[in-house]
Design a protein around this ligand. Structure first.
Ligand SMILES: *Cc1c(COP(=O)(O)O)cnc(C)c1O
Length: 221
């Protein structure tokens, strides 16, 4: 199936999940995750009205930004190494993956150099899996408090990557916990839900869905 049909199906599933949860569809944003997707296929989703694009590698991100039209919203969704921060500040709309204090300091420093405020989400490792990046739920309150001392960073919400499981119902508690954490800290945005679990994420309050495979098909490598 083509990208256009895939996107139609995704949008319909999002709509139905929003109806089930009594949520306003307008507030739910699809971020097309375009890692390892060619520019020509990215243009197809842009033609279908997608303006939010997510990448997890800095090199690929910056290369694509230069060839695609201005006016798109770029999201850095993958782990960001401190030595790469300088390439994304001023280029992306939102960094979803603030996952350490060292990274926060580096983002702050470069944002300051640019005379701008960097918009971020704090990545939370809800499941506690060792393989996952993110601040633990226990550390989150102190982390958010400390971030107040970095005025060139503004925190707009939380992000999580749920465990990869067969039955998406299994990750519902993680999404719910992220929502409660965000609410407890008056944070607006919730970046959660990928191809396997985005309908559950919508039901649990996600407003930024990060969707790759559902739109572009499986990545070969
Ligand atoms: C690849 C990736 C996604 C998209 O995954 P799909 O399962 O293909 O939808 C979402 N978030 C992050 C952080 C990713 O690296």
């Amino acid at each position: 199936m083509g990208v256009r049909e895939n996107l139609q199906q995704v949008r319909e599933k999002v709509r139905l999940a929003a109806v089930r949860a009594g949520r306003d569809l307008e507030k739910i944003n699809i971020i097309a995750v375009t890692k390892r997707v060619e520019v020509s296929r990215m243009q197809e989703v842009i033609q279908q009205g997608i303006i939010d694009l997510g990448e997890n590698r800095v090199q690929e991100l910056t290369k694509k930004i230069t060839v695609l039209p201005a006016g798109l919203h770029w999201h850095m969704i993958g782990h960001l190494q401190t030595n790469k921060v300088k390439y994304v500040i001023g280029q992306v709309d939102l960094i979803h993956s603030l996952d350490s204090w060292t990274l926060a300091e580096e983002i702050h420093r470069h944002a300051d150099n640019h005379g701008m405020v960097a918009r971020v989400l704090v990545q939370v490792n809800i499941s506690g899996e060792k393989t996952k990046y993110g601040i633990s739920p226990e550390e989150l309150p102190d982390f958010l408090l400390a971030l107040r001392d970095l005025p060139q960073i503004s925190v707009h919400g939380l992000m999580t990557v749920a465990p990869n499981v067969q039955n998406p119902e299994e990750v519902r508690p993680y999404f719910r916990e992220l929502r409660l954490l965000a609410a407890g800290h008056n944070l607006e945005h919730l970046s959660m839900g990928m191809t396997n679990d985005f309908e559950v994420a919508v039901e649990e309050g996600a407003d930024m869905l990060r969707l790759g495979t559902a739109i572009f098909g499986s990545r070969e490598n």
